[in-house]
Design a protein around this ligand. Sequence first.
Ligand code: NDP
Length: 295
Amino acid sequence: MAEIIDGEAVAAEIRADVRRSVETLREEGVVPGFATVLMSDDPASETYVSMKQRDCEEVGIEAIDVEIDPTAPETDLHDAIDELNDDPAVHGILVQLPLPDHVSEQPVLERIDPEKDVDGFHPENVGRLVTGTPRFLPCTPHGVLRLLDAADVETEGADVTIVGRSNIVGKPLANLLIQKGPLGNATVTVCHSRTENLAEKVRRAEIVVAACGVPELIDGSMLAEGATVIDVGVNRVERDGDSILVGDVAFDDARDVAGAITPVPGGVGPMTRAMLLYNTVTAASERSGVDVELP
Ligand code: NDP
């Protein structure tokens, strides 16, 4: 039976580190500020934004809430970002995705000051990550690395298969895992919807990261005995008349084969949220010149 990697516990440790760093900053007169921009009336997006704001308040980061009518012209969103870029009280900016259909996503992501881009989606920050000089690591891939570290899983020399090649999870994670250095030096296979023989590629991996958004796509028969399985997926499904969350891995089945596995919920999700706080404090520290100790 696989060891369960407890994302809630690891995230709580990171939040404690962040809280101490916020205290250091505040003692020096710096109040870290994090702005969320919501241009949607989708209940899930509203929930995500309010969770992120609550997370901030719990560690002493000032949360700034900007809401834009989802039917407004995209220039309203651009103007809001410009204002936040210019506001010295704001150290981190997050625009909640998805945006309404009439708003192009890429120009919005590129408009955010790269030094405030705590999501790590700005092309400058993506480029820095790829070239091994990162400013902010994107939150979910960073969270995955921290979970592997917490579970004492060695990435150096390991065969890793990532299922999913999105810009927010699969691609940046692959780039991080192939970097020279700690939590890198892995040999990475990235799979996607056009991959042939997915099971064979998953089975040869010592570390499997599922990030495809397909409920329970990866089952025990696809895994090598003792593999470490990180399940990024969050999918709402109807089961026996109930609406529940499942990952991209069939947990009960995979658990019999894997060496260690993350649950859904309680695995990667809390880590993503914690790494956003981590990046915001890093941004405030860099902007103010006040050093903090964040492991
Ligand atoms: P995207 O939809 O942007 O990307 C999904 C990727 O999976 C694509 O590359 C797609 O391939 C690939 N894919 C889809 N179907 C298959 C298949 N049958 N076999 C192999 N590959 C497949 O998703 P995200 O990266 O944004 O998110 C992935 C999952 O992670 C979702 O469940 C999402 O909710 C969750 N998530 C969780 C987070 C957390 O904090 N826990 C944070 C972010 C995401 P192709 O490129 O060919 O289309």
